[in-house]
Design a protein around this ligand. Structure first.
Ligand code: S3P
Length: 173
């Protein structure tokens, strides 16, 4: 049986966390966020995990957090932007339920992520170039995994949540 979760994927700054919160409230279903699960498990912020243990360690913990989730019950699952980097995560996501890709144009993403300096992957000499490279690398991966996508470029979180709700029969039925 197909999973009953709504899984949000997409680049950092695509609004997954905020929209995931809204949709889980509106549907009265639990929300699981892989970043929050990893952070709680290790009792460290994501930035601290990257700086103390490195990206691979974070990726291992992220994969474990995802593998521990189940699509048996209706829920909203928010994933970190790098979840698509490992094929095992991609396969896992497919078992969990309906997969929504939240996207936005690159400039908009850059503007949104620049408001906060908490993204370890963008702590480089030229964050704009880094973002562009990551964006090009990942966009096809998100697209290949998603059941549908929503362009959030000119939408606020509430409007994105509305658009998502319109696709949700597997979660709500
Ligand atoms: C990452 C995105 C972050 C977090 C970590 C790595 C990525 O999550 O998992 O900093 O590789 O894109 P958000 O997508 O919620 O920002």
């Amino acid at each position: 049986m197909a999973g009953r979760a709504l899984v949000l994927i997409g680049f950092m700054g695509s609004g997954k966390s905020s929209v995931g919160r809204l949709v889980s409230e509106r549907l009265s279903v639990p929300r699981f966020d892989t970043d929050e699960l990893v952070s709680a498990q290790m009792r460290l912020s994501i930035s601290e995990i990257f700086s103390r243990f490195g990206e691979e360690h974070f990726r291992d913990a992220e994969s474990e957090a995802l593998a521990a989730l189940s699509g048996t019950e209706a829920s909203v699952i928010v994933t970190g932007g790098g979840i698509v980097l490992r094929p095992a995560n991609v396969e896992r996501c497919k078992t969990l339920g309906t997969i929504a890709f939240l996207t936005a144009d690159e400039e908009t993403i850059f503007r949104r992520v620049s408001r906060r300096s908490s993204r370890p992957l963008l702590q480089t000499e030229n964050p704009r170039t880094t973002l562009s490279e990551l964006f090009q690398q990942r966009e096809p991966l998100y697209r290949a995994l998603a059941d549908f996508e929503i362009d959030t470029t000119s939408l606020d979180h509430s409007a994105v949540a509305d658009a998502l709700m319109a696709h949700l029969s597997p979660v709500t039925s």
